[in-house]
Design a protein around this ligand. Structure first.
Ligand code: ATP
Length: 308
């Protein structure tokens, strides 16, 4: 039977001496879509991926596609394609030789290589030496290797960290194609743009603990992050009157910045606030809204820790 949960974590703890790099982590990852594992440096993201791969000893239980990564390690790993942070490739092999090496090791038919070279856009580079590849190409070659046995789950450790903006966009497109094929992708990243663009769900780690899990919108709501509403009045002389109306309508911390009145608003009352000014005869010349963003959520969850 196909399990609904691709990955489950039950009280996963990984200690290095008295220091816990993973501290009682419990979560489940539903099938399909991109899950972003976020957290500041040293939060424990790579440690958790290594636990999922069964590469390091830990306490608790992890299953991948229903297979316990310790008791059924080989079967569990067979369900995963892993792309590490640092591509580990043999520089003296060509792209094709590299793929053939891994294909033979995993008992994968050679025809799959041609298909994957095209998928990652390296079809013209088959005979090139790995040493001649740019970092973006190496990353794509690593992805091709991870996809050789067509695993349902992909674990990618900072896949876009070394890519320029164009390559990042290309890589995100590749991930979207994989998602449309039904794959579940868990990636760690420092680039919140990755998360905004492609991740359906996020998990935030801080100091070894899982501090939040959910969709971006759920996290915003949970954190009660308010939008900033900017209003410019037609007539500055109506500012005092506007202030009273705005506060009554639910605007928080109203202040004046140059010609703008700035306030925190619950995203659901933005319109009510503008309407109440209108109904009281206070003319609005212009307005703009800064919606709460992922950076705000991230900083709040990790105690203003460094994003990079
Ligand atoms: P980054 O974003 O910098 O890659 P991360 O969230 O992936 O960070 P980890 O690499 O998982 O963090 O490290 C988590 C913590 O565990 C860090 O404080 C790190 O120093 C510690 N750590 C990792 N591996 C070991 C080890 N083999 N021995 C001792 N401590 C370790």
């Amino acid at each position: 039977m196909v399990s609904e949960q691709t990955i489950t974590l039950e009280s996963v703890t990984k200690a290095y001496g008295s220091f816990k790099a993973g501290d009682d982590l419990t979560a489940s990852v539903e099938r399909g879509g991109v899950w972003a594992l976020l957290g500041p440096n040293g939060a424990g993201k790579t440690t958790l991926l290594k636990c999922m791969l069964g590469l390091i000893h830990f306490k608790g239980r992890i299953t991948i596609e229903g297979f316990d990564v310790v008791a059924k390690g080989k079967a569990a790993r067979g369900m995963i394609g892993y792309v590490p942070q640092q591509p580990s490739l043999y520089n003296n092999l060509s792209v094709l030789e590299t793929l053939r090496f891994y294909a033979d090791m995993r008992g994968v038919k050679r025809a799959r290589i041609t298909e994957l070279l095209e998928f990652v856009g390296l079809e013209l580079w088959g005979r090139a030496s790995v040493a001649a590849l740019s970092s973006g190409m190496r990353q794509r070659l690593m992805l091709a290797i991870a996809l050789l046995s067509d695993p349902p789950t992909l674990l990618l450790d900072e896949p876009t960290a070394n890519l320029d903006v164009r390559r990042q966009l290309e890589f995100r497109t590749l991930l979207n194609v994989l998602v449309s094929e039904g794959k579940t992708i868990m990636l760690t990243t420092h680039l919140l743009g990755d998360v905004d663009q492609i991740a359906r769900n996020i998990m935030v780690m801080n100091r070894g603990k899982l501090v939040a899990t959910g969709t971006t919108n759920e996290l915003m709501q949970q954190l009660d992050l308010s939008a900033q509403l900017y209003i410019e009045l037609e007539d500055q002389a109506t500012t005092d009157k506007a202030m009273t109306i705005l506060e009554k309508a639910g605007a928080k911390d109203v202040s004046i910045k140059n010609s703008w009145m700035v306030m925190g608003v619950d995203p659901t009352v933005k319109l009510k606030i503008l309407n109440s000014l209108n109904e009281s005869g206070v003319a609005v010349k212009d307005f703009k809204v800064d919606e709460p963003n992922l950076e705000d959520a991230f900083l709040r969850l990790t105690g203003e820790a460094d994003v990079n």
